[in-house]
Design a protein. Sequence first.
Lengths: 191, 191, 191
Amino acid sequence: MALTEDRVADPGTLVDLLQRVEALEAQQDKAIQKKNKMTIIAWGGDLDRIWPTTILASTAAASGMEVSVFFTFWGLFAIVKPEVRITGANWMQKAMSVMNPGSAQKAKLSRYQFAGAGPLMMKKLADEHHVEKPEALMEIASDMGARLIPCQMTMDLMGLTRDDLLDGLEEPIGAATAIAEMRDAAISLFI
Amino acid sequence: MALTEDRVADPGTLVDLLQRVEALEAQQDKAIQKKNKMTIIAWGGDLDRIWPTTILASTAAASGMEVSVFFTFWGLFAIVKPEVRITGANWMQKAMSVMNPGSAQKAKLSRYQFAGAGPLMMKKLADEHHVEKPEALMEIASDMGARLIPCQMTMDLMGLTRDDLLDGLEEPIGAATAIAEMRDAAISLFI
Amino acid sequence: MALTEDRVADPGTLVDLLQRVEALEAQQDKAIQKKNKMTIIAWGGDLDRIWPTTILASTAAASGMEVSVFFTFWGLFAIVKPEVRITGANWMQKAMSVMNPGSAQKAKLSRYQFAGAGPLMMKKLADEHHVEKPEALMEIASDMGARLIPCQMTMDLMGLTRDDLLDGLEEPIGAATAIAEMRDAAISLFI
């Protein structure tokens, strides 16, 4: 169908055009719009999970993407201050904190732990190949605008307070807000 | 460029408008439209994976999102009826079922199992902080319209029948249908 | 509001229409357009992770979706050639390769290893139920156009060369390119 001036001047075409615009609007209203944004649910606390989390977060932030990382379950222990040792208000919470020494620096590997030799080996290889370590990547990501957010429910369960966690984090949120974060993110990952 | 009545009455503008609507339509047709929907591939059967799965599913359903959860691999054992013990038709399937006691209630932690003390401790902490347990969350999610769907292939592999699984589940599906579920979901997670 | 010829002939309507088209264009420009595409970050090297990765990749490719799989961390060992044994340039890299025997064929289960009996049992069950094994699924996926891509950084860390990896892979990429792959994919999963 050629686009002639005759055709476009025809009121029939205009009715058609209006209807097509309305259809486009209806479909756009219904569809979830995705922003240039990445949201990670950082569930794992192991070094081999915190590493990809922080590599992806810092790389995405560097490329200009909006980034939010929601630290929950074992992942929460990766944002405990390195100098904080035993946390929690009762013996169960204290026991959990002993089993999960805080901070990414002390994170274990999910395999090949070898009493700490595995993580050391990985970090030595990283040094030799100029790959930044998770704690540095987290700071880089944060400096570039990535939002690091603790999970309120896990904090309650584990008895962790705001003071136990790294400085510069966002206010804690719950699952509903984390879901809202993911809904408009172009990329959502559970790591 | 000011929107004057002169400009819009010009047939040139109308041709332009028609072309722009056609371009919008073409791009909208090509793009995958995302619905207000969350799809989870529930691959893990451990308590610390089933918990986030059911927290996210019930919270999303409560917020009015469409939710589908596809239980596959180890995750399938989380939707076996609690009273069902050994399942399967041959010794290998029976062995698998012994190693994976059915239902979310009996799920282990991926770490800190301590002969069952770890999961008990987690559940006690949850009780104290009024956090619902996975089996309750699954029911809540289902009541609010979340669709819980078993993986046909895993059922075949593990020798699980429809009777071994919880009531109220959807009909089993395969990978192709699970992919179709994720394709129009605003959030897809592998947990 | 009825669509009468009177209304559409009215220059006021045309101004309105032009503004609505501009609004649609602005929103479409801002939103990330999702293609009919699935991108998997294949992080895990265990049989029970490589299996869902290759099932999803081959099924999606068969349904006409664009597919890219980014093999990183432990996942990289799943695309080492089966005949390649010890890899790496120094003792740490060699030790890593011994702990991660290359190829999907040699992948372990994340649980129930039983000195190899677990994976064997799973594969025997798969044979009986005509489920293809990961190495076959990877070939099927690749034949159907799925792009299998190694992570450059992990290759450097682990001392793996292009020759250690399967034939038919894409050129290695880094995190920034992997993020770009996910950004326009309708489905992105971290497995």
